[in-house]
Design a protein around this ligand. Structure first.
Ligand SMILES: Nc1ncnc2c1ncn2[C@@H]1O[C@H](COP(=O)(O)OP(=O)(O)OP(=O)(O)O)[C@@H](O)[C@H]1O
Ligand SMILES: [Mg+2]
Length: 241
């Protein structure tokens, strides 16, 4: 069963067509890798799927809701966006309680402390977010995204800029979450990362979907000499910034 269907999405910024005729389906419970090089249209797509940016055309249904049901959609999804926009002067606990109240969570303090525990920030929950390391901020962004117990979680390059330990922390956490039934869309520009994590991968380039399947299906397509896919596979394997 699909938890998300997006049909023929288009988005331009002036003369730049960021997303072109993109059709995407996410099956409930899957861990989908959303892969593409810089400028491919990953962030634009995620912003449209999560209701933050209206598409120029196309249709999106998420958790059975059409895209005009913005409030209901916001209540059923979690997002770790590309730009996090923290309130640096707040402590992590204050920050999560603030969001828990926005979502009308019944027991804000208990939910917040439980999440801080899960992302291993309990011992620093009373420190100002401005004093956090990049990895800690990333784990806090994850906790914020989970405050409403979402059915589907969208993560826009959540491991970017983290050291290997920080990356592994996030990856293991997400794998565990997925085992508990949360559907995940994980964007990245690194093929090795999504191959290790994801049950299925969608590759986009220049705003268009160019391939989708399990890693072995994609490898077979590359072997069949589909040259544009071969080039992009090479780029996404090499690109390691
Ligand atoms: N607000 C904007 N105004 C104008 N052009 C934009 C804007 N946001 C994105 N673009 C352009 O749209 C295209 C897709 O950008 P997008 O940020 O969606 O790609 P991305 O795959 O997320 O890239 P990255 O890996 O660098 O984060 C790029 O050509 C980008 O320059
Ligand atoms: Mg991006």
């Amino acid at each position: 069963m699909n938890i998300l269907s997006a049909k023929n999405l288009n988005k331009s910024y002036g003369s730049i067509q960021a997303v072109e005729n993109l059709t995407l389906e996410i099956v409930q419970g899957e861990f989908l890798g959303f892969l593409g090089p810089n400028g491919a249209g990953k962030t634009t797509t995620i912003r449209m799927l999560t209701g933050m940016l209206p598409p120029d055309s196309g249709e999106i249904t998420i958790a059975g809701l059409s895209s005009d049901r913005k409030t209901d959609i916001a209540r059923s999804i979690g997002v770790v966006p590309e730009s996090r926009g923290f309130y640096d002067w707040m402590t992590a606990e204050e920050y999560l309680i603030f969001f828990a109240r926005l979502y009308d969570i019944a027991d804000c303090k208990k939910t917040t402390n439980n999440l801080l525990d899960q992302v291993r920030l309990s011992d620093r929950k009373n420190s100002k977010i401005g004093t956090y390391s990049r990895g800690m901020k990333q784990r806090l962004a994850l906790a914020r995204a989970l405050i409403n117990n979402p059915k589907i979680l969208f993560l826009d390059e959540p491991t970017l800029g983290l050291d290997p330990q920080g990356q592994e922390d996030i990856q293991k956490f997400l794998q565990n979450l997925n085992r508990q039934g949360v559907t995940i869309l994980f964007s990245s520009h690194l093929l090795p990362e999504v191959s290790a994590l994801c049950s299925r991968i969608v590759i986009i380039n220049h705003g268009r979907l160019i391939a989708s399947g399990t890693i072995s299906e994609l490898q077979q397509q590359v072997h069949r000499q589909e040259s544009s896919l071969k080039d992009i596979f090479f780029l996404l394997t090499k690109n390691n910034d």
